[in-house]
Design a protein around this ligand. Structure first.
Ligand SMILES: C[S@@+](CC[C@H](N)C(=O)[O-])C[C@H]1O[C@@H](n2cnc3c(N)ncnc32)[C@H](O)[C@@H]1O
Length: 250
């Protein structure tokens, strides 16, 4: 059970089968609050407009309601219809400023039957509308061509000076050995010069990119890479399991 911070208003929580890892309610809310606090540390403010790419059942907005005073406008979209519909039916009524949209984009792992090709994607959002965009565990399940398309859309929907907070699995020449030896996702398969992945039968289960290639894609999209905070996935300490990348729309 969770409540909107500072009130007795209960926040509905998704049934276990719709939660990402089938984790306990407590762990689910705790993870959402951790992500919400991370966004605040990286510049989110109470009244901002936030777009959450790949929102699923709304773990992040639940964390924003439970753990922060976020009172701004939130738009989340995802390719998984049941998850988005749950969020729309259950979360929007407790906080009318939370909006959820289903987009039927094809993704080999999450939405193989999607009717919209990634190349045709247009985020359900107006130009230059948002202060911040979040992508938690999204580019860790995307081919690099699709990342490039999404980076261009991110540039379109962010205000000048706006921020992208995205998690990634990144490696470089020094970190390659640790990436291949990762305890959770040993990246033992290679797709091309800059892409390695974990599962031979399901490349999008966990996919990692050379940091130089990501830097080049970010620059091509007209965004500036501000910071990389390494995560714990390839050993070592870190605020999250995945790497956190902060981009700015110039
Ligand atoms: C590992 S989950 C993370 C969900 C959420 N960001 C969170 O942290 O709770 C990855 C999400 O990406 C979504 N996804 C996959 N392809 C997508 C696409 N092309 N556009 C938007 N979301 C996508 C999946 O449906 C899934 O909900």
């Amino acid at each position: 059970m969770a409540t909107i911070r500072g009130t007795d208003v209960e926040i509905p929580l998704p049934p276990r089968k719709l939660r990402l890892m089938g984790e306990s309610e407590e762990a689910f809310v705790e993870a959402g609050v951790l992500l919400a606090e991370l966004l605040y540390r990286l510049g989110l403010e109470d009244g901002h407009e936030l777009i959450d790419v790949g929102c699923s059942v709304g773990r992040l907005p639940i964390g924003l309601l439970a753990g922060t005073d976020f009172r701004g406008r939130y738009v989340g979209f995802d390719v998984m219809r049941r998850q988005v519909m749950w969020a729309k039916r259950n979360l929007s009524p407790v906080a009318g400023r939370l909006h959820f949209r289903h987009v039927d984009v094809r993704n080999d792992r999450y939405n193989p039957g999607g009717t919209v090709e990634p190349a045709e994607v247009r985020f359900p959002a107006r130009d230059e509308g948002f202060h911040m965009a979040s992508l938690f565990s999204i580019f860790t399940h995307f081919y690099k061509e699709d990342i490039a398309l999404y980076l261009r859309e991110l540039r379109r929907v962010l205000r000048p000076g706006g921020t992208v907070v995205a998690t990634w699995f990144l490696y470089d020449d020094d970190r390659l050995e640790a990436a291949v030896a990762s305890e959770a996702y040993p990246m033992t398969h290679r797709l091309d010069d800059v892409t390695i992945y974990n599962d031979a039968d399901d490349p999008l289960r966990a996919i990692a990119f050379h940091e130089d290639a990501v830097r080049a894609m970010v620059a091509d999209a007209g965004l500036e890479l501000v910071d990389v905070e390494r995560g714990r996935w390839a050993g070592g300490p870190g605020p999250l399991f995945q790497d956190i990348v902060v981009l700015r729309r110039t």
